[in-house]
Design a protein. Structure first.
Length: 303
């Protein structure tokens, strides 16, 4: 029986034979990078001949999340002896340099697959992008003020998973930041109806709504002059807050809306407070302007 993996390339790297001398490198050290299954077998073992092809198939199907290393116990008895292997086939899974799990006997393919799935839960396969890491990088780049670069990273995540809600919302947020409102709307339209309540999606939708409101307004300087001329012109102050927010001046926008709440809470059916809440939703709960704005709003409302 030929059980050495034939060929070369990534598939061949997943399956190999080991010796007493190479066991530490092939199994212990390698398992610090991804889980390794060690298959203890012998040429005279009938159940081994049944299990080996099943193991190889399941390991290939895992696409690099796990490797298979085989050890002929007749030629290399020391390691199985030290590990207390008394009957074969025996499969031991190593992870982070230590035995993690195992099974004995020629089990069916479904059981081998379930064993590998449990062992590799949450791991990206070889060559598969780690979506969580990509999203984290995109968020960091966006937070640093480079929406164009962040958009490219979000697009990379979507190339791997076109339905990823966080990536869709992130990409739409980048478009809003660059003023590409139509593209932001088109991106959000790809979010299924059932996911529209997601916090990140709602935040971007709020940003889009606010950006569209701001489009219809005049320049900030004109609105500032209107408010200066008539401090009781709440509509002008409301418009000024919306325009200030659109130009990234969150603290100043908050000031204007809080001033309306302070002067006339009931104006426009509590419109100033509602607009402020929409600001908070668009900025996100952890944004400094949101945290500070909520504190100040509470002071006015409950004093």
């Amino acid at each position: 029986m030929t059980i050495v993996e034939q060929g070369s390339g990534p598939a061949a790297d997943l399956i190999k034979e080991t010796t007493t001398q190479t066991f530490v490198k092939d199994v212990i050290e390698e398992s610090k990078r991804q889980p390794v299954l060690i298959d203890f077998w012998a040429p005279w073992c009938g159940p081994c001949r049944q299990l080996t092809p099943i193991l190889e198939k399941a390991v290939r199907a895992a696409k690099g999340k796990v490797k298979l290393v085989k050890m002929n116990i007749d030629e290399h008895p020391a390691i199985p002896g030290q590990m207390g292997i008394q009957s074969i086939p025996a499969v031991i899974a190593f992870a982070n340099g230590q035995p993690a799990d195992g099974f004995m006997g020629a089990v069916p393919e479904s059981q081998v697959t379930a064993f590998i799935d449990k062992l590799t839960a949450g791991m990206p396969g070889a060559g598969e992008p780690n979506i969580a890491e990509i999203l984290k990088e995109a968020e960091a780049v966006l937070a640093e003020g480079d929406p164009a670069a962040a958009a490219q990273i979000y697009a990379e995540a979507l190339a791997a998973d076109a339905t990823n809600i966080a990536a869709l919302a992130g990409l739409a947020k980048c478009y809003v930041a660059t003023g590409a409102i139509e593209q932001a709307k088109q991106t959000l339209a790809m979010v299924p109806e059932s996911k529209r309540g997601d916090a990140a999606v709602k935040a971007v939708q709020a940003s889009i709504d606010l950006a569209e409101q701001a489009k219809a307004l005049g320049p900030v300087t004109e609105l500032e002059q209107k408010v200066a001329a008539n401090p009781l012109d709440h509509q002008a102050r409301f418009d000024l807050a919306t325009a200030l927010n659109a130009s990234g001046k969150r603290a100043e926008a908050t000031d204007q809306l809080l001033e309306i709440v302070r002067r006339d809470r009931k104006w426009n059916e509590d419109g100033a407070r509602k607009q402020l809440v929409q600001f908070f939703e668009a900025w996100g709960p952890t944004d400094e302007a949101t945290v500070e704005g909520r504190k100040r709003l509470s002071t006015i409302l409950f004093s």
